[in-house]
Ligand binder design. Structure first.
Ligand code: PGA
Length: 253
């Protein structure tokens, strides 16, 4: 089964509008020939529309970093509805990032609502899962991830799974410079695919893309991408600079 890789950049809470624009202006020409993968950037909310205008007609897709679980506009101060993201040109949205789980108390139930709300507005969720260091040290990494998958994807059909992208991001590898080895990542990716297979059937699980995230950089992307169940990367720190993100996109060179 060949799955088109995705290289996605998560800018987190970085970049004023001018910096966001400068980054995509620099990035566009560096990746125009990259047809081997889908390229996604996720700027902070304040820059999405500006970046969208700049990226029109390019091969770079746009993600938001969060979405409301509500499916109708309404009195929800501080929230952003999926239709608003779609309206300004987003095609993807990151859901359930570990920073949102850790610092903002997002629960699996809320994440499930957000995934369903995103799908409702034809946004593709990039659904993040991953264990903490304590989970791994105490040998429950797989159980934790399986639980996140089961609850996050609860009540979804195999058909909707095809619109979802999974990102395996071990919490201990995020922003720490400590990448999972390709073998560790591959083992978990295979486990995730197997769990999805049990839940949604082999066809859907073989088609869904599973990205790795956690200290991905231009120096380690190629070996990660050689693993059979790693279908791309969700990149934080190394996506902030156009040249370094472009080198990750061109991991095959
Ligand atoms: P990092 O972040 O690449 O800086 O480790 C990845 C992420 O949090 O998505």
């Amino acid at each position: 089964m060949s799955r088109k890789p995705i290289i996605a950049g998560n800018w987190k809470m970085y970049k004023l509008t001018g910096e966001a624009l400068a980054t995509v202006i620099a990035l566009k020409p560096l990746v125009t020939n990259a047809n081997h993968c889908e390229i996604v950037v996720a700027p902070p909310f304040t820059s999405i529309k500006l970046v969208a205008d700049k990226l029109e007609g390019s091969n770079i897709l746009l993600a938001a970093q969060n979405v409301s679980g509500e499916t109708k506009q309404g009195a929800h101060t501080g929230e952003i509805c999926g239709d608003m993201l779609y309206d300004i040109g987003c095609t993807h949205v990151i859901v359930g990032h570990s920073e949102r789980r850790q610092y903002y108390g997002e629960t699996d139930g809320q994440i499930n609502r957000k995934i369903r709300a995103a799908l409702r507005f034809t946004l593709r969720p990039i659904f993040c899962v991953g264990e903490t260091l304590a989970d791994r040290d105490e040998s429950r990494a797989e159980a934790v991830v399986r639980d996140q998958i089961d609850q996050g994807l609860s009540e979804l059909t195999a058909e909707s799974l095809l619109r979802i992208i999974i990102a395996y991001e071990p919490v201990w590898a995020i922003g720490t410079g400590r990448t999972a080895t390709p073998e560790t990542a591959q083992t978990m990716h295979a486990f995730i695919r197997q769990s999805l297979g049990r839940k949604f059937g082999a066809q859907a699980s073989e088609t869904v893309r599973i990205l790795y995230g956690g200290s991905v950089n231009p120096g380690n992307i190629a070996e990660l991408m050689r693993e059979s169940d790693i279908d791309g990367a969700l990149v934080g720190g190394a996506s902030l600079e156009a040249a370094s993100f472009a080198r990750i996109v061109h991991y095959d060179r």
